[in-house]
Design a protein around this ligand. Sequence first.
Ligand code: FAD
Length: 510
Amino acid sequence: MNNKPVVIHWFRKGLRLHDNPALLKALEKVGESYYELRPVFILDPWFVKNAKVGPNRWRFLIQSLEDLDSSLKKIGSRLFLIKGKPTDTFKKLFKEWNVKKLTFEIDIEPYAKARDEEIKKLAESHSVTVVAQVSHTIYDLERVFKANGNKAPLTYVKFQSVVAKFGMPEKALSAPGVLPKQCQTLLLSDKYNVPLLEDLQVDLTGIGKELYHGGETEALARLEKYMSQQDWVCKFSKPDTSPNSIEPSTTVLSPYLKFGCLSSRLMYHRLHNVIDGRKHTSPPTSLTGQLLWREFYYTCGAYIPNFDRMIGNPVCKQIPWKIDPEDEHFVAWKNGRTGHPFIDAIMIQLRNEGWIHHLARHAVACFLTRGDLWVTWELGQQVFEELLLDADWALNAGNWMWLSASAFFHSYFRVYSPIAFGKKTDKHGDYIKKYLPVLKKFPSEYIYEPWKAPLSVQQAAGCIIGKDYPKRIVDHDIVMKENLAKMKQAYQAKQEAPENAESEPIKRKK
Ligand code: FAD
């Protein structure tokens, strides 16, 4: 047993030193002295088993933890990485380490909320003080909820009007400097080192080329890279960015915000500094507007029951989707084999690189659900959860409901064409050719509709449709009309969305 009193800062998300109020609370003086700081990250088997995490996101997480460990070492501490269930881990640590205080960032996801309640009780029974702070979002979501009459605002405009009353968010906090001697840790045992990706015992099959390096250092550099482009920031308007540019047309800060390598509050203030006093775009389409979408969905996710599923979710339209994870259309969609090159290229980019543009997400989500395949958004959500670097529970569910016209957005008759939409920003299909090299010799005329190419053209391109690349699995013009009729019927049907219904998520394929 350690004699010195210890404070644990428990990193879960919030993998950063800057703007980390709970970490700063851990470093506060107690009487005349300090507690020794032990920053902990627990590799919880629940995430390995239940939250399907693809190999690209595992790599991003490990890199983020390595970066955190290295930053902590610079200030006289280190990261203690422990594998196990949080309850078992803390039971042991509280005793062995003589823990007096535990600090962490508030998390609104259902698993995290239940887990944290358990840990709070455990801490109380060991006389350990718990300090939990808001820092994953710009606003305190409970404050938003209360200010909106104890309910989540259900529209972006409503959300904006509620937070407008709060005024400017408080400034982001600085990272701690070198720690006072008493806070520094001397425990250097290798057993707590961040593991190598290869030692994680997770399936690394299909890991892609690394495009986005995880960690706070990279997050801050990426933020500054974009903030230095003043004109670009001031003119940023999301609908005018391109889903299929070869280089991303938006910031790709989402994986960093998801893991909390970057503070959303810091980004908000940096944006404010850049646009202040200049002509600029405004929410919802501006970059600040994008951050507010994040806050909006977080608030909804925190307070709407069963937010990640249809049944038992009071804001979600009840639609008789296909729900079979073995459905051949669903399987073709997730593997980029629908025969629609624009859709397939996006799904291949997602699988290989872990990030796709927002409007590309629109295109494939609409295609899977109300547009073409009539498959439940919950299955699409699961594929995104596995493959996205930025997979984020509230944002993923909220946006899938939006795109499938299940909640928040109700113009179900506005459907994306898997052919015309991509052409608007990439006439010759360079993006398609990058991700589907089998089509690279196809003439521009047929690149979005290769099934229309005469056999001689297919032969000249070295790609026979139905042999080297799939035939289209649906005819968009036909299925879209059928689906519109089904949507109309579902919208007209009396909606039964029992708030407290027993609800299970749609089963994923093992
Ligand atoms: P930028 O345009 O540079 O925006 C900056 C930040 O604002 C983003 O990093 C993100 O944190 C936030 N943001 C932007 N758009 C949205 C939005 N529509 N909703 C909420 N926050 C937003 N985003 C995720 O981070 N995780 C997800 O799991 C996720 N799932 C999605 C599923 C579907 C079906 C759709 C249509 C969108 C989803 N999004 C998700 C939202 C959005 O597509 C991404 O946040 C965005 O594309 C990330 O790229 P960026 O960082 O370049 O965005």
